[in-house]
Design a protein around this ligand. Structure first.
Ligand SMILES: C[S@@+](CC[C@H](N)C(=O)[O-])C[C@H]1O[C@@H](n2cnc3c(N)ncnc32)[C@H](O)[C@@H]1O
Length: 265
């Protein structure tokens, strides 16, 4: 309540219909997993990942079909600096691109867990992990607003293009901080805005599911992270753009853009 009063941007639970939004998000990203999505506001796949700065050599080592459904908005592995043997959690893991990249970097002595709430994404990622012999990877069905892990379970939490989709961002940051060990890192790429979106735009479930209407001002996003106990230590922008005219127009009005942030608990 206190957080909602002070940071209204980080808690939109009273603004959008959370159930409708959840079903729109699951529907959209179910199609992304099935590689059946049409008329999306955003691009998918290896071309986007390479433009964002992913190491092509690293991408060569992960399952191609995970990458075909890559729907991330930025690159944060430069900030995250994954080390061998680390325990990593990916919030909103989709078809698994970032989980598999992190798993290559931790090596078999580490462990990477992906969390998502879209069944088709989880099924696909699990099948790809089994086929690719990624024994130190698992995928858990859960909401990122309520993580089923004990306090301090991870060295690193990552997330790519997901938290903008959550109406209750403050809660997501609090959960990320809770499951990190003290001194653990949080590396995130996400969509933020230069100025606050109008209420009418923020209520647009379709634009919200497309990673636009859930964007909050960068300053509010960072403030919400800091309030959750995540001290920001690094940031950079990303070369990311939306495809549809409608999305591009919302982006230019509100200066919607992609950022990557590194924070330490
Ligand atoms: C834009 S996609 C990004 C997927 C992945 N990070 C990638 O880079 O390809 C967003 C993903 O977040 C998941 N998601 C959105 N909100 C979620 C929530 N509250 N809890 C769990 N997963 C969520 C969606 O199901 C979808 O797979």
């Amino acid at each position: 309540m206190e957080a909602a009063k002070l940071l209204p941007q980080a808690d939109a639970t009273g603004l959008v219909d959370s159930d409708r939004l959840e079903s729109a998000v699951k529907d959209m990203y179910g199609q992304v997993a099935d590689e059946a999505a049409e008329d999306l506001h955003f691009e998918l796949g290896r071309v986007v990942a390479e433009r964002l700065g992913y190491d092509p050599g690293l991408l060569d080592r992960i399952p191609e079909r995970a990458l075909a459904s890559f729907a991330g908005v930025g690159h944060h592995f430069d900030l995250a600096r994954v080390e061998e043997g680390e325990r990593v959690l990916d919030l909103g893991s989709g078809s698994g691109t970032d989980v598999f990249c992190a798993a290559v970097l931790t090596g078999p002595g580490g462990h990477v867990t992906g969390v998502d709430f879209t069944e088709a994404q989880l099924e696909k990622a699990r099948a790809l992990a089994a086929d690719g012999g990624f024994g130190h990877v698992d995928f858990t069905e859960a909401s990122i607003e309520e993580l089923p892990f004990a306090d301090g379970s991870f060295d690193l939490v990552i997330s790519n293009g997901v938290i903008n989709l959550a109406p209750w961002k403050q809660r997501v940051f609090e959960e990320a901080a809770r499951v990190l060990r003290p001194g653990g890192r949080f590396a995130v790429s996400d969509i933020v805005s230069g100025k606050a979106l109008k209420e009418r735009t923020r209520r647009d479930v379709d634009l919200w599911a497309a990673c636009i209407a859930g964007a909050i001002p960068e300053a509010s996003y960072e403030e919400a992270m800091e309030r959750a106990g995540l001290r920001i230590e690094g940031r950079h922008g990303n070369d990311y753009g939306f495809m549809s005219k409608r999305a591009q127009s919302a982006c230019s009005i509100y200066d919607v853009k992609s950022v990557s942030l590194l924070a330490v608990r």
